[in-house]
Write a protein that binds this ligand. Sequence first.
Ligand code: ADP
Ligand code: ZN
Length: 598
Amino acid sequence: MLRRVFGYDAFRGDQAEIIDTVVGGGDALVLMPTGGGKSLCYQIPSLVRSGVGVVISPLIALMQDQVDALTALGVRAGFLNSTQDFDQRREVEQAFLAGELDLLYLAPERLRVESTVRLLDQGKIALFAIDEAHCVSQWGHDFRPDYLMLSELHERWPDVPRIALTATATEATHAEIANRLQLTGAKHFVASFDRPNIQYRIVPKDNPQRQLLDLLRTEHAGDAGIVYCLSRNSVEKTAAFLTQNGIEAVPYHAGLDSRVRAQNQARFLREDGLVVVATIAFGMGIDKPDVRFVAHLDLPKSVEGYYQETGRAGRDGLPSTAWLAYGLQDVVQQRKMIDTSEGDLAHRRRLSAHLDAMLALCETVECRRSQLLAYFGQHGDTCQNCDTCLTPPESWDGTIAAQKLLSTVYRLQHERNQKFGAGQLIDILLGKDTDKVKQFRHQELTVFGIGTELKDTEWRGVIRQLLALRLLTVEGDYGTLVLTEDSAEVLGRRRTVQMRREPERAKSKSRSSSGKKSPAADLPTESLPVFERLRTWRATTAKDQGVPAYVIFHDATLRQIAIDLPTTLTALGAINGIGENKLAKYGQGVLETLATPD
Ligand code: ADP
Ligand code: ZN
């Protein structure tokens, strides 16, 4: 089945064992990173077992693409969701009852409708696959109430095997999934969450739009990617900024008209090299394999969110970048949001703990990847593919700097009964003669001008790290900084503070180790024209058939064709990613493209 339908030679990781378990009628809980190959784990058992594999997925907007991708492989698939009219639904229902489907995709809310349940009762079900299973976790970041009902699948159809899959889960979420879905006898498969092809980089925010533009121009020209912003407003502005600067970008956020939103998503999936600027409303289940970068212009709220969002890069295993620009203002803003958020104290504590973990990742002097994996309870060695490994930051004894900063806050608070934000504190430490300094007679403070050994940006780094360590906190609407209970330990010389010093900006130097990242990279030069010709053929074919380009062939497959230059269908069929159906459908077109010089 793997070879014939999907065109692959070997299973990856635990795939074979997972498939055996489900084919044999057992339940499975699968934690595997994005791009790990979760879909095969339920698709193959659905084809092998008699009956229809029912896939529960919250991603209504993507069902059509999933079905198209399966159809291209010659697999009989359909979906039922709220976007269809009566006739379309009828047609799928009848195919299901007639045993003419291999896979049926269902939105979880369909199961609330009694007629759907009756329909399922009348057909034969091969298995239930519960995709994005972390949505059942109330404490996770993607909770969907409809997922709670999925525990009933087991009660209603006790003999049908279930396979639950997710790409994010801390140990706590993992346990919660098993518990809520009543997967008591299930076999657990936990793959490494490492995504070795993703390069993680976190940089201090300076002029974020410029920094982003630099990144795109120097390292990702012509690449598809996602840029995440916190607010709708900054999504719009950033998309406009990129477009003005010659980079094709479309916005995506919940405030857009649903038609525009769907259209922008469809364009991102179908076109080569489009950038989407989005809030986190975008991206779950997007299985575009060639997203080359994910950039965050604002600090994510949790490490889980960060991992999930960055994970959308590089599903195809080719080199990709996860880039985050983060600054003092992010911390101030998020602490404020937590303080004013709805919900009880426990809820705010949880948000706070999430933010602390995210800040710790930003300020670490250790390998980002190891720290990320440690958050999910996994071990990783230093990776040589993250910014701290490639250009190690120095760690320095920041105790005295911390004391200077904290005593400035202390003096303002206690001698003047005043509170200020970062800008004024830094001006005082640097002894700047600004209007505001004069207005408040801050030049008379004993701490005035005692911090000239550090630059403005370095003081910002100090404040950020003190916030991350909770030695300083934010208060009120204006982002004023105040001491915490722990500040006294530093001021009283009972505690030292190690800090991270940003390495001098090594512009794209880190790149040299991993090479340029476009899909054509490290192809032998003589293969490049062929590769480009194949891409053009693919784009035209995709357009004719109204499907995303990757549904036809992945970049990796095109690369292999460009290198091997097969001249017969048999030789072409031996290439990874070309199964029987695709060979029959596209083989001739590929051979003709290869035979036609420019
Ligand atoms: P996930 O759902 O875990 O994010 P997918 O199921 O989308 O991952 O698989 C990621 C990519 O890897 C897909 O392009 C898929 O076709 C490919 N893939 C999966 N399993 C194999 C395999 N055994 N050999 C080669 N490619 C595979
Ligand atoms: Zn590293």
